[in-house]
Design a protein around this ligand. Structure first.
Ligand SMILES: C[S@@+](CC[C@H](N)C(=O)[O-])C[C@H]1O[C@@H](n2cnc3c(N)ncnc32)[C@H](O)[C@@H]1O
Length: 219
């Protein structure tokens, strides 16, 4: 909350991502096969923790967080020899990779509230840091970043994760030239079209109703 008040455009969220949305995003990749994983925007470490659970025992994990307080809290809480929490902008990822490339970059940085030059520089740094068959997995609260992703990456898969506040849009981006199509998926098995959007609105509505009732009872 303190970081959000000091740097609202950079932090971009009051609540951490829900564990459902974290899993939905990570399920778009195959982390146990990865040897080098990078995270952009650790925050309170909700992704960091789940990535450590999935990461290969010999994997290396560089996690970037620009806010000093958040970076030091995550580093103190998540002790793991595979993890290095770096208090720097993820734009400088290449310097820390020391010649290797990332199999996955996981990002929950709020691209659309950042200045356009910072957004572009983060996306270009990510593209440059990825191995040829690597992927960048991105969580956003809208699809506004899609044109930037399409300019930067050759292929983008999309998914929707309703159980988050607010509901989240997920993108798996790769540099591979095999297809330039945007392929749409949903997080509901067998779901299609508008279904995930309707479920997301219903989930949000139910949550607001419950909160309203709780507050009403307190008065
Ligand atoms: C929306 S929060 C997400 C935090 C957490 N990963 C989650 O999902 O709950 C975005 C985080 O990205 C960090 N951030 C923003 N710009 C960054 C940059 N250029 N490099 C590294 N971290 C950045 C912010 O400080 C913030 O902690």
């Amino acid at each position: 909350m303190r970081s959000m008040i000091s740097h609202p455009r950079r932090v971009g969220a009051v609540w951490p991502t829900s564990r459902w949305a974290v899993r939905d995003l990570l399920d778009m990749g195959d982390l146990p096969r990865a040897r080098t994983v990078v995270e952009f925007g650790v925050g309170t470490g909700v992704y960091t923790e789940e990535i450590l659970k999935r990461l290969h025992p010999e994997g290396a994990f560089l996690a970037f967080e620009i806010e000093p307080d958040l970076a030091s809290a995550a580093a103190a809480r998540l002790k793991d020899p595979r993890l290095r929490v770096i208090n720097d902008s993820a734009e400088h990822v290449d310097a820390y990779l020391e010649g290797t490339k990332a199999d996955y970059i996981i990002s929950s940085v709020p691209f659309t509230s950042l200045p356009a030059d910072v957004r572009q520089s983060l996306l270009e740094a990510a593209r440059g840091a990825l191995a040829p068959d690597g992927q960048m997995l991105v969580l956003q609260y809208s699809t506004a970043v899609l044109p930037d992703l399409e300019r930067t990456f050759a292929q983008i898969r999309r998914r929707f994760s309703p159980l988050n506040i607010p509901p989240a849009f997920l993108f798996a981006c790769s540099t591979s030239e095999t297809s330039t199509e945007s392929i749409e998926e949903t997080s509901q098995p067998g779901g299609a079209g508008r279904t995930p959007y309707v479920l997301g609105s219903l989930a949000l509505g139910a949550l607001l109703l419950l909160l309203g009732r709780k507050l009403g009872r307190r008065r």
